[in-house]
Ligand binder design. Structure first.
Ligand SMILES: Cc1ncc(COP(=O)(O)O)c(C=O)c1O
Length: 390
């Protein structure tokens, strides 16, 4: 029997990396040695101090709940650690009902629309952008209005360009700075503008801050919750994945507007069983030690960023060094007329180097490709050499 798929599943676009993986396997089958620099998943482990806390908590015989459902027996220290971290990092005070732990941000980003969107409702998502904003809408039966992130606007959402009809119908607007894939950062005034837009049009502003801690050259990324009145209209998805090299351990939080936090909490209570307790202890420790653990991680990415950008500029590009994220966003060479798919396929076939085509992040991602800094220096150097020759 072939299962009959729901209409909403049929509406999901193909998973961004599935097509690329197929092309990669085909190239490998033809004997091409593939050098991957495409996926943003840290290649080195979480710092030893927090791995040790994970092991301690997993083996703590005094904690009879250590292998039980993480949602029913949440680690109280974790909520406090999120609250302390937001206060130390941004001066933002979060009440107990303004923060809920999540199993990383992807799951929660997909779950929040289920809590607030009805079939046919409208959500606004930036393009190029993380695909899960749209996927969450589609799974809730809702519709996405795409807004472009353009180079001439510094890849920031242009609120004035969102027409009255869309403003009137939309219930949620997603933003993400530091931004994947463009690497753009947003000034405080942008977040102020976002909050004002949300308040004026009764739209929840959902800020995905997955890369808030991956910053370089002394740059510090703001939180939308620093804006006066933000907690009335905004929420922020914070994740430990990229900040602490914890992608596989699955932990983060949603912070801000209490009713949205409660709504997500209700979905979570019904569809997942929470992050394992040992990982919650690990996360609490990570947040408590953030100021000492994060700089050495960022030093690695900053060194790799310099390696990649310097090599590409020597090969003829004119790139500025991104201040944040773990990516470099690069225009495709002119001879491809902005066709990122053709460039990426050609590059893979002729050099074995696999990067991500901007088109995979939506129509306004076209014309660019993305390199991830989550590969050893030698691999990145090898890839840059091949790209330069190509
Ligand atoms: C913009 C953005 N948001 C969210 C995520 C999800 O990260 P996680 O679920 O590990 O917190 C990613 C992962 O790459 C991302 O790039």
């Amino acid at each position: 029997m072939e299962v009959r798929l729901s209409e909403r599943l049929k509406k999901l676009p193909p998973y961004l990396f599935a097509d690329l993986r197929r092309k990669m396997r085909e190239a490998q089958a033809r004997g091409v040695k593939v050098v991957r620099v495409d996926i943003g998943d840290p290649d080195f482990p979480a710092p030893p101090a927090i791995e040790a806390e994970l092991v301690r908590a997993a083996q703590d015989a005094a904690d009879a709940d250590r292998c039980r459902y993480g949602c029913d027996r949440p680690v109280a220290a974790l909520r406090r650690s999120f609250q302390d971290f937001y206060m130390r990092r941004w001066g933002v005070k979060l009440a107990d009902d303004q923060v809920v732990a999540t199993s990383g941000s992807k799951d929660a980003i997909a779950q929040l629309p289920m809590a607030i969107l009805n079939p046919g409702d409208l959500g606004i998502a930036p393009v190029p952008g993380y695909p899960t904003y749209n996927i969450g809408h589609v799974l809730a039966g809702a519709v996405t209005h795409q807004v472009p992130l353009l180079k001439e606007n510094g890849f920031l959402v242009d609120f004035d360009a969102i027409g009255p009809e869309v403003r009137g119908l939309a219930k949620i607007l997603w933003i993400n700075y530091p931004n994947n894939p463009t690497t753009a950062v947003a000034p405080m005034e942008f977040f102020e503008r976002a909050v004002e837009f949300g308040r004026k049009h009764d739209i929840l502003i959902a800020h995905d801050s997955a890369y808030s801690e991956n910053t370089y050259d002394g740059y510090k990324s703001p939180s939308i919750l620093q804006v006066h009145g933000a907690q009335e209209v905004a929420v922020e998805f914070f994740s430990l994945s990229k900040a602490f090299c914890m992608t596989g351990w699955r932990v983060g939080c949603l912070a801000g507007n209490a009713s949205a936090v409660a709504a997500l909490g209700k979905v979570k209570d019904n569809v997942d069983n929470g992050t394992p307790r040992p990982v919650q202890f690990m996360a609490a420790k990570a947040l408590d030690l953030a100021e000492t653990l994060i700089p050495p991680i960022n030093a690695v990415y900053e060194r790799r960023r310099d390696l990649v950008v310097d090599a590409l500029n020597e090969a003829g590009w004119h790139l500025e060094k991104p201040k944040a994220t773990i990516y470099v966003w690069v225009p495709v060479p002119e001879r491809y007329n902005g066709d990122s798919g053709a460039f990426v396929t050609d590059l893979l076939e002729k050099t074995g180097v696999m990067v991500t085509p901007g088109r995979g992040y939506g129509q306004w991602g076209e014309g660019y490709f993305r390199i991830a800094l989550t590969y050893p220096d030698a691999v990145l150097a090898d890839a840059m050499r091949r790209i330069a020759e190509f």
